[in-house]
Every structure is written in structure tokens, then in C-alpha cells.
Design a binder for this molecule. Sequence first.
Ligand code: SAH
Length: 433
Amino acid sequence: MADRCRSPDNRVLALKVMADLSQISLLGLDRAELASLVDNLGEPAYRARQFVEAVYRQRVESIEEISTLSQQLRLTLAEKGVSIGLPRIEKRFVSQDGTVRYLIAFADGQSVETVWMPEGDGGEAGDGSEAGELAERFAESVGPSNSSANALPENKAPNAALKRCATQNQRQDQKPKQGQNQGRSTICISSQVGCAVDCRFCLTALLGVKRNLTAGEIVGQVCAVLKDQKVSPPEDRINLVFMGMGEPFLNYDNFVKAARLLVEEVGIAERRMTVSTAGIVPRIYDFGGQAIRPKLAISLNASNDALRTRLMPLNRKWNLEMLMAAARAYPLRTREWITFEYVLLGGVNDGPENAKEVTELLRGMRCKVNLIALNPGPGIEFTTPDADRVAIFQKILREAGVPAFVRRPRGRDIYAACGQLKRTVEVATAPAP
Ligand code: SAH
């Protein structure tokens, strides 16, 4: 599929004709667009590099702070109304487990939630968590992937890797010692204000979708959190998951541009980023063709069409056959695999028969499964399954040769866990200073 890296809002073109620059936020502009802005201002070309450095590396909040620019240029930019566009942290909620849920506001007053997890999200390969690292080592142990198809040889049981994985849940329960978290943090970012997908178990769905975020607003969440946490990639190892509010593949161009800026300018490695989609099939094909792309996770959440349609109405449009065909055609890179997420809902999709159906769906694929016991919330009709049901589900997958990990919930007490993002300001937790 073609690379769809086009400028989402045609800013390059707009800049050339725009006498009034007051709509321009520097955050979200790439090098070409910044070069065009500099040209438009009649400034030398090297200014574009200075803007990149100030906006994406120093993460300045105002034009005034860009000390490499002359005072005159700063004044001109201020007069013309050019802004940085760094979003504002409106509130912080701090969990007992160290997770921080940020309420982040944009210029128009809309806001989203962004989550900082100081020791990984407990399950995404490449997120720096133990589960992720085990998963990465497992990928190495089964060798390089076939670049055109993500198939594993039938019955190639990844025994050694699975034995190592078997210790994972036990180790995750241990509390990290102080200072041990350094270098394995994960930021979970939002791609839309609200969400249109309407998954029955997800709190964000209750909001509906308000609007797409711009590329600058997506990158801006990361910059704001990095600044607040006083960390800086690549020196600090930061992992990123596009798993917050919204469906990234329904805001595809802005998401792709943001991922590119995060890699090229902010300095977060591609292999440390994962995007999760509810299953927007045409975009899965497109995404496989992107030159710069995070790893792919697909929210499976059900083992057959009837169940999936009930839980995720989008399955009517893109059913399991279409979804699995796209996943099987996805061009995996060396040591890459697809992650399937499966939210376990007590008595609904968590039975042994469901686990067996999942193994059938995933047969022969280069993939792993992240099991997430439901994070409950007001207005959600489902219940969290017992730990032993989760364990049986996981065992069935593993015995069929499908690497399966149980994701540890993060920040449930502050409504920061998967599916709990809904701007729950009213939750009875005191914002941190
Ligand atoms: N829209 C994207 C990304 C956001 S959701 C997607 O659907 O993939 C990120 C993950 O959280 C998804 O796998 C989703 O299935 C899961 N999730 C949603 N609600 C949840 C809940 N209440 N408890 C646990 N996981 C949930």
C-alpha cells in the first residue's frame, strides 16, 4: 500500500500565502513546514533547525524562551501571533502504584487524558516491562520473520521462551525498589477527544467523539509529560502506546504524522511505540506500508463474530474474517509480531471454549496475546473475571503455542487503566499539586 505521509492540513501551502500567521502552532510542523515558515518570514534557512531544537528537544512553552532567536525575531513572531502550541496540564491524579493520569487541555478548551506509567504497562513488547522484554526475547528465540507473511511453522512450540514467560506474573507482583523504575516508563497518549467506536466495555465510548486531535496535539501530550516528569529521550528510555482516548486509525493522517515527529524529532525509537486499533481494516493495510510505523496491536476482545459484534459494533462493518485477513497480510519486520489485546469480561468471553476459538483464529500467526481483565467503571455492565478463570484462559493459549500475557492493571484507583479514560475529574481522588 502507498505511503500516506501527506501533510494533514496542507500547512506548507497555507504558509506560503498566509500573511496572518496567528493560526500557526509550531508544535506539529515538520522540518519542511518549518523551512517554509522561515522562508515566509524572510529568515535564513538555519532558523528551521533552531525551531526544531527548541520545540521538540527543549520543549519550550513560549516563543520568548527560544534564546537562539534574535530579540527582534521573537518580537515579530509574537506580533504575528505564532505560538508554540504546547498543551496545558490542567490536572494530575496520582495513583498508589505511581501511575499519573494527566488531564491535558488544548487551545480550544477541549481536553484529553494522557497516562504516565513509571514502570511500563506490564505487557507490551518493547515497553521496557518484564513482560515486554520476555516477549522480545521470545521473538528472538523463534528467529527472524518472513517479511511477507507473519506465519510461524505449525506446531513450533516456543517452549523455552514460554517457560521464562511463566514466571512473569509472579515477578510483576513484586514491588519495584526505589530508583529501579528509571528507564522503563511508558506514556499512553490519546488520538481523539472521545471515541466513536462504541465498544460496550469502554468508558471512553460513553463520551462519543468530539473531534480529532491534530498531529501537534498528539505530540504535545508527549512533550508536556516529558517536561513534567523531567525526562528526555533517547537518554531516558521512554515507551509510548497510542492506547488512550480515541481510535488512532480514525484519525489516521494526524496519527501517522505525529508518530513520524515523535521518532524523527522527539527521539523515541519506533520499536518503543505501539499503536492499538479496534480493527479499522483498510487502515491496517495502509499502515503496513508506512515508512515509519510503531508496532501494531489489534483489539480482538472476542473469539467469534456473534460475540464480537455484541461487544464491538464495528465488527458488523469489519468482521473477524476481514480482520484476520488483514492481520495475516501485515508485513512484519524482523523480530516484530502483532499483539492481540483481549479484554476478559466475566462469564461473557472468558470461558475455555472462547480460549480455544482464539487459538484457532490465531493459528500459525506470529503474534502474542495480551489478556486484560476488565477494568470496571460506572455505566459499564460487565464484571471482572476471577483470577483463576484468567489463568485457565492464559494456559489454554500457551498450551496451543500462543504466547499470552496477563496485563497488570495500572492506576485503576484513579481511573487511569485501559478503557477507563473519560475525563473523570469527579472521581474522588485529590489532584496532586
Ligand atoms: N481505540 C483503540 C485504542 C484504545 S483502547 C483500540 O480499541 O484498540 C486500548 C485497549 O484497552 C484496547 O485493547 C481495549 O480493548 C482495552 N479496553 C477498553 N476498555 C477496557 C476496559 N474497561 N477494561 C480493560 N480494557 C479495556
